[in-house]
Design a protein around this ligand. Structure first.
Ligand SMILES: CC(=O)SCCNC(=O)CCNC(=O)[C@H](O)C(C)(C)COP(=O)(O)OP(=O)(O)OC[C@H]1O[C@@H](n2cnc3c(N)ncnc32)[C@H](O)[C@@H]1OP(=O)(O)O
Ligand SMILES: CC(=O)C(=O)O
Length: 549
């Protein structure tokens, strides 16, 4: 007896996700992601298309061992005018004994059959039926991805249903309704799934595969489940052709936490969602999307003073779920939108009493900075943050610079090094074969542990040259800095407050190769100075937080 509240999860990150512009997985990348998905408890992992390219062949030749998932190969129905037994593409799907399922895409929209395939409508139905019948005894499960199902159904429902029937009657386990062009709205999905079920194909054999071209892929997938389908296809972080596929990272908690469905993922294991989402970003060398629902760093970040004041009383005032359920964490940020509540909450996170930070200590810190206001005017920490944000600093993202600011006021951060002076030269010249080359060279004088050092560094640009020279000096005293990497570097012009020309804000995101990330900021009319401020904060933060103590 089928459990009607059980929804099967099907991940196509390694196939449809590989169709994302700019994404190019290696076989090793695919294996790494497949292992994450298996550990999470995804029911089906579509590994790719055997026979389509060498990467997918390499992956399927030695796939990772699955413990909880069925490894699935993707392909298409037999070619027109061939028998299934003689179709090399179809039979390439059978060459892998470890497969748990095979999914075949086939047309279900009469217009596509005529235009894209260029075959008779009946021949397409035979292609579907015969391909399913050929695979059925040879693999544990066969699925039919009904390409363009919703668009096809809207124009010719009778033919679209015949395509599903051709698969169902020949024993396909799942008929997957695809919103291939991603233009459907939830009400279309609800109506059409309802009519398919009423036409005799049970929801326990129906799946949904939505694209995000109208930004409805998640909503459409959930609507399909409400209307009866019991398999949901999607990708991690919504990767996929054009605007992407339905994002499983949102679908899974919506199904489990809001709609009361069961999946192969235990409720306690939902907390692995953040890890899986970030693991994909790591493989793709992408900066995680801060605003991604459920798992983004800002998904439970509170900035507005009114919000923070209420969240301190009860987090559910401004949170739709407890962030811990999906492995995320609440964050209170400080900025010019902050009130005293933000500051108290942030300081509590840092383990610091607000009262411990005196006005005088803040004035001393600001005197070391190049700001356009008189440091003696600062009244307290909230006032200081608002003034610095007005100068161009952005502490809601640069949380590491904020922490350094406060800890410097408290005298908790030692001077790891002092930059005495520097000179940077940029040169553009022709090389020996007449090509233009640009080179930057930085000479710095730095004091570390009572000794002075002069060093020269070369780089692709002035910041790189400066960074190279500084690291040469500092890694002797602080070897852990060898692992410091700049993950992101952003520059933007901020409004001048002093009428002396545009100021630039440089924001740097750094990593230490151990999964730690922190963000620092620098502001100056000179972009190099702004960069150096952010860079020096990044180094100081790493040494303070993870290294020297
Ligand atoms: C909706 C989706 O996302 S489906 C998945 C799409 N993904 C991909 O296409 C990525 C992998 N694809 C590939 O590597 C290649 O397209 C291959 C290896 C599959 C095929 O390559 P080629 O043989 O050179 O064909 P090409 O890609 O140019 O055209 C596709 C052919 O398949 C036919 N075809 C398309 N869909 C189907 C189908 N469901 N069943 C049978 N034949 C089909 C087309 O009519 C066309 O035939 P033609 O060459 O006789 O005109
Ligand atoms: C099968 C598939 O990827 C689609 O129809 O979008």
């Amino acid at each position: 007896m089928e459990n009607s509240s059980r929804v099967y999860l099907y991940d196509t990150t390694l196939r449809d996700g590989a169709q994302t512009q700019g994404v190019d997985f290696s076989a090793a990348d695919k294996a790494k992601i497949a292992r994450e998905l298996d550990a999470l408890g995804i029911d089906y992992i579509e590994g790719g298309w055997p026979g389509a390219n060498p990467t997918d062949d390499t992956f399927f030749a030695d796939p990772p061992k699955m413990t909880r998932s069925r490894l699935t190969a993707f392909g298409m129905t037999r070619r027109a005018g061939r028998s299934a037994a003689n179709d090399p593409g179809l039979n390439a799907l059978l060459a892998h004994p470890s497969l748990g399922a095979v999914t075949m895409v086939g047309k279900s929209w009469d217009f596509q059959v005529t235009v894209a395939l260029g075959v008779e409508l009946d021949e397409n139905l035979r292609m579907i039926g015969e391909s399913v019948a050929h695979l059925k005894p040879r693999v544990p499960e066969v699925m039919y991805d009904a390409e363009h199902f919703f668009d096809g159904y809207k124009r010719n429902p009778e033919y679209a249903l015949k395509a599903l029937r051709a698969a169902y009657d020949n024993g396909a386990r799942w008929m997957v309704l695809c919103d291939t062009n991603g233009g459907s709205l939830p009400e279309d999905i609800t109506r059409i799934v309802g009519e398919v079920v009423a036409a005799g194909i049970p929801g326990s054999h129906l799946g949904i595969h939505c694209h995000n071209d109208s930004e409805n892929a998640v909503a459409n997938s959930l609507a399909a489940v409400r209307a009866g389908v019991r398999q949901v296809q999607g990708t991690i972080n919504g990767l996929g052709e054009r605007c992407g596929n339905a994002n499983l990272i949102s679908i899974i908690p919506n199904l489990m936490l809001k709609m009361g469905f069961e999946t192969n993922i235990a409720a306690a294991d939902l907390k692995n969602l953040v890890r899986v989402s970030r693991a994909l970003d790591e493989v793709l060398d992408r900066t995680p999307n801060r605003s991604q629902p459920y798992v983004g760093r800002s998904a439970f970040a509170h900035k507005g003073g009114l919000h923070v004041s209420a969240v301190a009383k009860d987090p559910s005032c401004y949170e739709h779920i407890d962030p811990a359920l999906v492995g995320n964490a609440r964050q209170i940020v400080v900025s010019d939108q902050a009130g005293r509540s933000n500051m108290v909450a942030r300081m509590t996170d840092l383990g610091i009493e607000m009262e411990a930070v005196s006005r005088e200590s803040l004035v001393r810190v600001v005197e070391q900075m190049q700001v356009s206001f008189d440091p003696r005017e600062v009244t307290d920490l909230v006032d200081l943050v608002k003034r610095l944000e007005h100068e161009g600093y952005a502490y809601d993202t640069a949380t590491a610079s904020f922490e350094l600011l406060v800890r410097r006021a408290l005298g908790q951060v030692k001077r790891y090094f002092t930059l005495d002076r520097y000179r940077v030269i940029d040169e553009r010249r022709r090389n020996a074969i007449g090509q233009w080359v640009t080179l930057s060279e930085a000479t710095i004088k730095v004091e570390v542990g009572g000794s002075e050092y002069m060093e020269v560094g070369e780089g692709d640009g002035p910041v790189h040259a400066f960074d190279t020279a500084l690291r040469k000096v500092l890694t002797g005293a602080y070897p852990q800095l060898a692992a410091l990497e700049l993950a992101d570097y952003r520059v933007r012009i901020v409004e001048s407050t002093a009428g002396t020309g545009a100021r630039t804000r440089v924001t740097i995101e750094s990593t230490d190769g151990k999964g730690n990330r922190w963000t620092t900021v620098g502001v100056h009319t000179n972009v190099l100075e702004a960069s150096l401020e952010a860079l020096q904060d990044s180094i100081a933060y790493m040494l303070y937080r993870f290294g020297e103590g």
